[in-house]
Design a protein around this ligand. Structure first.
Ligand code: ADP
Ligand code: RBF
Ligand code: MG
Length: 191
């Protein structure tokens, strides 16, 4: 079934978006997603850290990921005056019906080819929009094809000016200052 490549209004995210989430990158299910070409950085699903997470519908989302990478990390390229490097992302929240998980997970595929892992890094997310519900599939190839399509949706949707992360929001641009803020101020204002 065909679905749209571009999601959301040309004037930017609309309520209830954006959602802001943060956490430390933890180990996931260890299913070898990396070998499939789709590594996912997992965040704890913890309602004491992210109060709204239990009411967020399960599904596939897109937006921006901000990573506080060690200075020695090959991809450490922080924005001016910030410790955080910002990349587009796609994200799955839920029970992965294809794998029938019993625990709800939040996992982020960052749209960047990394030279090294970043387990333990502080990650902030700006979830800008909803792509689709989670699905079950007849086989792994169909799941991978759908995820690759999600990546293209994220790229094409986020390249529009009103969806790009600007440290200081200009007229009509998305306020993403939270993605760049110093570590100790990160939680203030998180929705
Ligand atoms: P796990 O089951 O532990 O989550 P994955 O196979 O999903 O293992 O790999 C996830 C790890 O791969 C991340 O925690 C991160 O350190 C690393 N990684 C490398 N490139 C990416 C990327 N583009 N997006 C997300 N994680 C990546
Ligand atoms: N798992 C599912 O069971 N159904 C899905 O529809 C689904 N969609 C995903 C979309 C994206 C963008 C990402 C990053 C993951 C998705 N997953 C889904 C989770 C996937 O099964 C998990 O990352 C596996 O570990 C990949 O092998
Ligand atoms: Mg993972």
């Amino acid at each position: 079934m065909s679905r749209p490549l571009i999601i959301g209004s040309h004037s930017g995210p609309t309520p209830p978006f954006p959602y802001l989430m943060s956490g430390t990158v933890i180990s996931g299910f260890g299913r070898g997603s990396k070998e499939l070409g789709i590594p996912t950085a997992n965040l704890p699903v913890d309602s004491s850290l992210t109060p709204w997470i239990s009411s967020l519908p399960s599904g596939i989302y897109f937006g921006w990921a901000s990573l506080r990478l060690a200075v020695s990390h090959p991809d450490c390229a922080p924005a001016a005056g910030s410790e955080y490097s910002v990349f587009p992302m796609v994200m799955s929240v839920g029970y992965n019906p294809f794998y029938k998980n019993t625990v709800r997970s939040a996992e982020v595929h960052v749209l960047h080819k990394f030279g090294a892992d970043f387990y333990g890094a502080d990650m902030r997310l700006l979830i800008a929009g909803f792509i689709r519900e989670e699905k079950d599939y007849a086989g792994l190839d169909a799941l991978i094809a759908d995820i690759n399509f999600d990546c293209e949706v994220a790229r094409q949707s986020l390249v529009r000016p009103a969806w790009k992360p600007k440290e200081v929001a200009e007229d009509g641009t998305l306020d993403c200052s939270w993605l760049f803020r110093p570590a100790e101020e990160g939680r203030a204002g998180a929705k």
